[in-house]
Design a protein around this ligand. Structure first.
Ligand SMILES: [Zn+2]
Length: 342
């Protein structure tokens, strides 16, 4: 066969900024080994796939890629995976894994073998139990009168995407309730307030009116916090926490919501936190925490990372990381309000 045309095509691709030839997803093979589930996704060239876990769907995004016409999917029965499907969008190809239960995952894009390998394992989880116990304990205590700090909208020369929007931010814990402690001994209540102030600053620069449930070291009970958001007719409510567990090998980002009206909002936040922080994705989850269940507007509780391991503690204490959280939240909030306009 004459190889000449192929060379010409390669050269055209090489010299053009955007090559019209898209990378193809050619084969998906599911397998099981030593208590794990695997998905080997073959592609026509090396591609950096990224994943996000949204409730029971693990979505693998292949930017600028396309599904091959003769794409083969072979699956085996599994106690974790309910089904595998694919979707082509304008900018990317997606492989969607529907899970039967709460799972963790890892993704490795194997250079040289043009393959992305997804490993799925059972989730070791203590968060929901710990948080539920904490809420039960805290709801009994009488909180102080809420005198929230109000941030007025100001123009900082950027586009005011959030003009006329009211946001209530709830820095978790405070006062005699420190929350958890970082590996370095800093209480969660300090980190949540620092992060909330950075989020407030950014939302405010985009035109939003932002109320904080506290702007000092003080605790309020959860009922007062939810009432406050309702009374102020907030458009959205975000509770800010940092996560912790007694195991130091657990790390990553989790986002919680409870009501159906909060689902889309929590998704926007979670996707942007995963994209912006590049922490391990521990999933968007539906759990009945008091505040997100008793607020009448779309509400979410974020846990950007775990303080209980050394790296997480160091990150959470750094202003640069907190700023990244704030930027991801801003993106998520703007994206949410945009999606509602459509
Ligand atoms: Zn907390």
């Amino acid at each position: 066969m004459n190889k000449f045309p192929l060379v010409v095509i390669s050269l055209i691709c090489f010299f053009q900024p955007v090559c019209a030839e898209k990378i193809l997803i050619t084969e998906i093979v599911q397998s099981r080994d030593r208590g794990y589930d695997y998905l080997d996704i073959s592609t026509s060239d090396y591609i950096k796939a990224k994943a996000v876990l949204l409730e029971d769907q693990l979505i693998i995004n292949f930017p600028e890629a396309a599904l091959a016409k003769n794409l083969q999917i072979s699956s085996v029965s599994s106690k974790r995976i309910k089904g595998i499907s694919v979707r082509q969008t304008k900018n990317q190809a997606q492989v969607i894994i529907t899970l039967k239960k709460d799972s963790d995952y890892d993704i490795v894009n194997v250079f040289g073998r043009n393959k992305s390998v997804i490993e799925i394992s059972d989730r070791l989880d203590y968060t929901a139990k710990l948080m539920a116990a904490w809420e039960k304990d805290n709801l009994k205590k009488i909180g102080q009168q809420l005198k929230p700090y109000k941030y007025e909208p100001v123009t900082l020369g950027k586009r005011l995407y959030l003009l006329n929007k009211i946001v209530v931010l709830d820095p978790g814990h405070g006062g005699n309730d420190p929350g958890s402690f970082s590996k370095n001994g800093i209480p969660e209540k300090v980190l949540t307030l620092q992060t909330a102030r950075k989020i407030a600053q950014l939302l405010r620069s985009a035109g939003a009116t932002v109320y904080l449930t506290r702007n000092e070291d003080r605790r309020s009970n959860l009922k007062d916090i939810a009432d406050f958001a309702n009374r102020n007719r907030a458009d959205i409510f975000i509770s800010i926490h940092y996560n912790s567990t007694y195991r130091d090998d657990i790390s990553g980002t989790e986002t919680y919501y409870y009501n159906a009206i909060s689902r889309g909002f929590a998704r926007c936040l979670h996707q942007n936190l995963i994209g912006g922080l590049e922490e391990k994705d521990r999933g968007l989850r539906r759990v009945m925490f008091y505040t997100v269940n008793h607020t009448e507007m779309p509400s979410a509780l974020i846990e950007p990372l775990y303080l209980s391991n050394e790296r997480g503690a160091k990150e959470a204490e750094s202003p640069a990381f907190q700023q990244k959280v704030a930027e991801a939240v801003l993106k998520g909030v703007v994206e949410y309000f945009r999606s509602k306009q459509r």
